[in-house]
Write a protein that binds this ligand. Structure first.
Ligand code: ADP
Ligand code: MG
Length: 667
């Protein structure tokens, strides 16, 4: 890095950046001048035109200028300061509700004011409230020639400050690769919105390309790492197969084979298994753990929630203990002595399978010989977290399982470091879940139906979006509904499950529900992921309008897990919005995770799209997959081309977008 390269210079070297501003910037993850350059404007204000005062119309953000004709305080319903300015065409009233006497004194008659703001009807007159403005003693300077960038910001960092900082950074000696960034911070006069979008695309393409290259490098690098080879042993898996009580689907068999083939190698496996809810990923993982155990090696299984960890423990211990494979569960709520005992069993290798939440494994669990790490429901963890599992001598093989359908174009680029297996088949005998949308007026009818269902020895979930009643949100709460239903479903045993209960309490409720000591489980969305009770055949979701499609799909996936007919009822709160109605209709009409994910993409606002939030890939600084999805395939092609022929360009890209990685990746 040379002195001339401004990219890595600290923001502290800028005028006006003292310790407090520096701390504020660091909170936004801005440390260097390059970080600053990458903090792109979120939008622009057009201050290139001055609107004649007579032509000011309500509803538009405009720039205006004029001579102050008068100012004074008005005492109406609310005290306010008005300033009237005039030009050759007419006049305009500016109104301030918050002001002080010093500010008031600056609006002297005869001075000039240039301002920017949105004109609105106030009473029957068009006015501008709280404009951005500057005062001038003489005629104001010409309108600005350029669009004015507006930055997303945090407390204590004004737009003026951003512009001042960027103003110091732009004239430095930036390499060509930064040209589109510089352009976006200071678009020249007459720049069109299309040109801005184009520049953004070019930056996003760079970022996606860099990301893809890093993933590719990681994949290549992995080939030189070492894991414990786990060759075929006594084939304990066969006895599990014989005792499962069901046949594996063709897709499950194929994926098990993919995994076992990987495990036989000394190269660490990194495989992503994608399979819709209910496709049977857990048992697939069990065969991998068995293979490790056959060789006397340990497996760590990580779940995103304690409930899910508990449940995996129930499954794995049922499947593995008969094979003599010791299995332990680690949860946050364990008494100290118990916890020590289990940790010791892992450390001494008596337990070959350890199950817990991701967080627990990060707190230093010592293994005797860990050979395999299984991460369930990967979409809850970010990319960089998924890397944190690596390293420490011999690497464990990694198996990552997700129910989130990730479009192929995204996996190609964003998961380029992984191999991919897809379980694209549901176990036979699964019946489609009958999904209905109901209005609040049908609640009684629903409860009567539920009464009948529970009387046939089936179980049900009733999901609410709140734990307790709220003053601000008009939606049913789990505590209220549990009490209500306990009263109205006279003989039914009703349980309650929500995130504010202790781990031990949650586990106990889940255990009772699984053992059919409870008929109905009223819960919040804590049961969203992975919970598996095949005898539960009804899922009622109250206020589904408050949930996203992906979440609804996950919740519905809690039923339809056995061969019995299952039902899902979406009980909305009355008068759903057009968008909510559209989402409910998608749920009613489809059970295909990929289709639902696509619709989700269409129905959500930009920035919360699948692939970004849901897959945990929110590490992009500029690229926004809701806007830039079409660039992904391009990034792959370009990345491959650069890696084949232009190492210099690759190095520059990586230095710009993934500081740190270019050193470790030896490019
Ligand atoms: P997910 O892929 O959502 O994690 P699970 O692994 O929890 O799904 O499996 C859902 C249910 O289906 C479980 O009760 C599991 O025992 C059962 N199951 C898994 N594979 C099969 C199969 N091939 N045939 C019948 N049932 C199966
Ligand atoms: Mg699962």
């Amino acid at each position: 890095m040379t002195e001339a390269d401004p990219a890595h210079r600290s923001v502290q070297t800028l005028k006006g950046v003292g310790p407090s501003i520096r701390a504020q910037l660091e909170r936004l993850d801005i440390h260097t001048l390059e970080d600053l350059l990458l903090h792109l404007p979120m939008r622009y204000e057009d201050r290139t035109q001055l609107v004649p005062l007579a032509a000011v119309r309500p509803g538009e953000a405009i720039q205006f200028a004029g001579r102050i004709a008068s100012s004074g305080i008005q005492y109406g319903k609310r005290r306010s300061l008005t300033v009237t300015i005039e030009d050759d065409t007419g006049f305009l009233v500016l109104r301030f509700y918050h002001f002080n006497s010093r500010q008031q004194a600056t609006f002297r008659e005869g001075r000039y004011l240039r301002g920017y703001g949105e004109a609105r009807f106030i009473g029957n007159r068009v006015e501008v409230a709280h404009p951005d403005y500057q005062l001038h003693d003489g005629e104001p300077p010409e309108a600005e020639g350029e669009l004015t960038p507006v930055y997303s910001t945090a407390k204590g960092l004004s737009q003026k400050l951003w512009r001042r900082l960027i103003g110091q950074v732009l004239p430095l000696d930036w390499a060509d690769t930064y040209a589109p960034l510089c352009f976006l911070h200071a678009p020249p006069p007459h720049t069109t919105p299309e040109q801005i979008a184009e520049a953004r695309e070019s930056v996003a393409l760079d970022e996606l390309t860099a990301y893809y290259i890093v993933m590719k490098h990681r994949a290549r690098e992995r080939l030189s790492h070492r894991a414990t080879a786990l060759p075929r042993g006594p084939q304990w898996g066969r006895s599990l197969l014989a005792n499962l009580g069901f046949e594996l689907t063709g897709a499950q068999r194929r994926v098990v084979k993919d995994i076992l083939t990987d495990l036989e190698k000394r190269v660490p496996m990194l495989r992503l298994v994608q399979g819709d809810v209910g496709s049977g990923k857990t048992v697939v993982a069990a065969f991998a753990a068995i293979r490790a155990a056959e060789q006397g090696c340990q497996t760590a299984i990580m779940a995103p929630t304690e409930i899910l960890a508990e449940q995996h423990f129930l499954n794995f211990s049922t499947w593995l203990e008969p094979l003599g494979i010791g299995t332990v569960l680690l949860t946050g709520g364990l008494p100290a002595a118990e916890r020590r005992e289990r940790l010791a069993a892992i450390e001494h290798g008596e337990a070959l399978v350890a199950i817990g939440t991701h967080a627990l494994f990060q707190n230093q669990v010592q293994f005797a010989n860990l050979a395999l790490a299984i991460v369930d429901e990967q979409h809850r963890f970010g990319v960089y977290q998924r890397m944190a599992l690596r390293g420490k001598g011999v690497e464990p093989h990694q198996l990552i399982m997700t129910a989130t359908p990730i479009p192929r174009t995204l996996t190609m680029a964003l998961y380029a470091d992984m191999d991919l297996s897809i379980i694209d088949e549901l176990p036979v005998g699964r019946q489609p879940i009958d999904t209905r949308v109901m209005a609040p007026s049908q609640r009684q009818q629903l409860i009567d139906w539920l009464k009948h269902l529970l009387a046939t020895s089936r179980q049900a979930y009733w999901v609410c979006t709140l734990i307790e009643p709220s003053d601000d949100i008009d939606a049913a709460s789990a505590t209220e509904v549990a009490a209500e239903l306990a009263g109205r479903l006279n003989n039914a045993r009703v349980g309650l499950l929500h995130g504010r209960m202790s781990t031990a309490e949650k586990a106990e409720v889940m255990r009772r529900f699984k053992a059919h000591e409870l008929d109905l489980l009223v819960a919040t969305t804590v049961i969203e992921v992975g919970v598996d009770v095949p005898n539960a055949t009804a899922m009622i979701i109250e206020n589904p309008e408050r949930l996203g499609l992906a979440q609804l799909h996950q919740l519905r996936g809690r039923v339809g897990r056995g061969s019995n007919a299952s039902h899902c009822v979406l009980l909305h709160g009355g008068k759903p919005s057009a968008n909510a109605r559209a989402r409910l209709k998608v749920m009613r009409d489809s059970s295909d995770g990929f289709f639902i994910a696509e619709q989700d993409l269409k129905l959500r606002g930009p920035g919360e799209i699948l692939g970004a939030r849901q897959t945990g890939e929110q590490d992009f600084r500029v690229a926004d997959l809701s806007v830039h999805q079409h660039l992904v395939a391009k990034a792959v092609a370009r990345g491959d081309e650069l890696m084949a022929g232009d190492p210099g360009k690759v190095g520059r890209l990586l230095r710009a977008w993934t500081p740190g990685s270019s050193e470790t990746l030896a490019v």
